[in-house]
Design a protein around this ligand. Structure first.
Ligand code: ADP
Length: 270
């Protein structure tokens, strides 16, 4: 992309001099392009199920004397309506986080409860594939944050771990406390992510395999939501993956204790 400048010229009254302002437009253009892509993607993601719904409705009307066909096609209509609902729900979540003041009113969050709630949400899907869910190191860890957002982030990651893993594998959540952060890792033994896609999976609507993502009910927004939730908590999310052997996503959340410790440290110095 070529660098572009917006140039403004203003005469400086009575001096005979002219003020020239050159403003770099490259970044503004890039942001605009990202926004345009996003809007185009949203339109596509919403139009696809709506188009399918209207076709299915026509088909049902034509097949009204065939109860089996009616049952089959109305079942498909329910699926398409459910997918529309997930996309809309994810878009609402995304815009809610992006609009939120970072950590305006943080609460005490018990990490063990966040992990349990997220695992409970995917237990049925995991059981159906005989995937075992295990967690370790979650006891007694408390951070400051927004519990419902942290559950959303965690649930998106364990749901992906289950969705992109074959039967009879294991999904494990482990928590580690370092000097200044709490790190929560979600590891699976699934299909993995090709190296060239690793950097992009956190982009809105980016999918490694769109057909597989749709088949598992994915909206392509799950990891973008995780990333924004972590930014909101002044933390981050990273991924390690090897194709064919599995992926590990790690959430890193700053620890409030560090600040308290520093403060008490200052006190003892005095
Ligand atoms: P989706 O709704 O498609 O799952 P996400 O934003 O959650 O969207 O993930 C983006 C893409 O990253 C997915 O489509 C999938 O290709 C890949 N992905 C995410 N998590 C995993 C995982 N645990 N194992 C393998 N691939 C994954």
């Amino acid at each position: 992309d070529a660098t572009s400048f917006a140039v403004r010229v203003a005469p400086l009254g009575g001096t005979g001099l002219v003020l020239v302002l050159a403003e770099d437009q490259t970044e503004r253009r890039r942001v605009e392009a990202v926004r345009r892509d996003f809007v185009a993607n949203i339109s596509h993601e919403l139009k696809t199920p709506v188009g399918a719904l209207s076709l299915l409705a026509e088909t049902v009307a034509d097949a009204s004397d065939d109860p089996d066909a009616v049952r089959r096609f109305t079942g498909r209509m329910q699926q398409e309506a459910a997918r529309l609902t997930s996309v809309i729900q994810d878009l609402i979540t995304l815009s809610r986080i992006q609009g939120a003041e970072p950590m305006a009113e943080p609460d005490k969050v018990v990490i063990g409860e966040v992990v349990e709630e997220a695992l409970d949400a995917v237990r049925m899907a995991a059981d159906a594939k005989q995937i075992s869910l295990v967690s370790s190191g979650t006891e007694g860890i408390v951070i400051m944050g927004d519990e419902s957002l942290l559950v959303t982030a965690m649930r998106n990651l364990v749901a992906n771990a289950v969705a992109y893993s074959p039967e009879r594998t294991r999904v494990s959540v482990s928590v580690e406390v370092t000097d200044n952060a709490v790190e929560i890792s979600i590891a699976d033994q699934g299909i993995g992510i090709p190296p060239q896609d690793l950097e992009r999976v956190f982009e809105r609507f980016y999918r490694v395999d769109a057909a597989r993502s749709r088949a598992t009910g994915g909206t392509g927004l799950g990891l973008a939501i995780v990333k924004h939730i972590m930014t909101h908590h002044r933390g981050d999310v990273t991924v390690w993956s090897k194709e064919g052997s599995g992926s590990t996503f790690t959430l890193r959340l700053p620890r409030p204790e560090t600040r308290e410790r520093q403060r008490s440290g200052e006190n003892t110095d005095r």
